[in-house]
Design a protein around this ligand. Structure first.
Ligand SMILES: Nc1ncnc2c1ncn2[C@@H]1O[C@H](COP(=O)(O)OP(=O)(O)O)[C@@H](O)[C@H]1O
Ligand SMILES: [Mg+2]
Length: 252
């Protein structure tokens, strides 16, 4: 087998809400086939309401598809949920920090759940807080940190677990443009440096272009409209063409 063996695989995955076939039934994801290669940084792009979070929840093992198969490393993330403890890290739009815990205690949270010994926890948490530029803020409570800093803490928390898969659901969309951009660049660099596989959900074309080495554009109900590979060699002119293509697809 080559390294192109996918780490995340969705085969003919559908998800409906409400009674199947009933008048109130709504199909959010429609027979989606999607493979994500190891080490890939996939931007999953689509308009609000097209089913991105529903896909995310199925990959994270939080919900089960109505039909079709989701596998991660050959296993079912919903049914084998416990076996993925510490293997998948999640970053949501809201930072989801515990307000009664300091920054470093928030980063340690995931490691506590994995029963990592206290000293090792602290070392790992401090390493990642430092990497994300928060040294000196480790004892601050979330309310004392800016939105960008809080999201840095939640990224540190995701990296500290050493999970090899990162799932991000619009993590920077609540931040102002400048803060979002610098954090995005840093996040992309850390994913690559640490050999992670990342699925990054976004409704922003700019964000998808800045972060992905592949952009999958979704139509509604969620299915692939276009699948675009990017490389470090993709020129600005080519990116402009890709942007126009995506705009066309999203406008359709
Ligand atoms: N638990 C649910 N029950 C009923 N409908 C839902 C549920 N979750 C999502 N939906 C519907 O599915 C569609 C896709 O939602 P979602 O995956 O959250 O979209 P996105 O993340 O792309 O904005 C929306 O129309 C939404 O109202
Ligand atoms: Mg969503």
């Amino acid at each position: 087998m080559t390294t192109s063996q996918p780490i995340i695989s969705l085969k003919q995955v559908s998800k409906s809400f409400g009674k199947a076939g009933g008048a109130s039934s709504y199909t959010a994801v429609d027979r989606l086939d999607l493979d994500v290669g190891r080490g890939q940084m996939l931007a999953l792009l689509g308009k609000t309401g097209c089913g991105k979070s529903t896909i995310f929840n199925m990959i994270a093992g939080l919900t089960e598809p109505s039909s079709g198969d989701v596998t991660i490393d050959g296993r079912n993330p919903f049914r084998d949920f416990d076996s993925f403890r510490g293997k998948i890290a999640i970053v949501f739009q809201g930072d989801r920090l515990l307000p009664w815990r300091t920054a470093v205690q928030n980063v340690e949270l995931g490691l506590e759940m994995l029963d990592v010994p206290a000293e090792k926890r602290r070392t790992a948490a401090m390493h990642w807080l430092t990497t994300l530029g928060l040294r000196g803020h480790e004892n601050d409570y979330p309310h004392a940190l800016s939105g960008g800093m809080r999201q840095r803490v939640s990224i540190a928390r995701a990296f500290a677990t050493d999970a090899n898969i990162l799932l991000c659901d619009e993590p920077f969309s609540a931040l102002d443009e400048m803060t979002g951009r610098s954090l995005r660049a840093e996040f992309a660099r850390l994913v690559k440096q640490n050999g992670k596989t990342a699925v990054f959900i976004t409704h922003s074309i700019n964000e998808a272009l800045e972060i992905g080495d592949r952009i999958v554009v979704l139509k509604r109900p969620a299915n692939i409209a276009v699948d675009l590979p990017l490389t470090s060699e993709t020129t600005e002119t080519e990116k402009l063409a890709i942007r126009n293509q995506i705009q066309g697809v999203l406008a359709a």
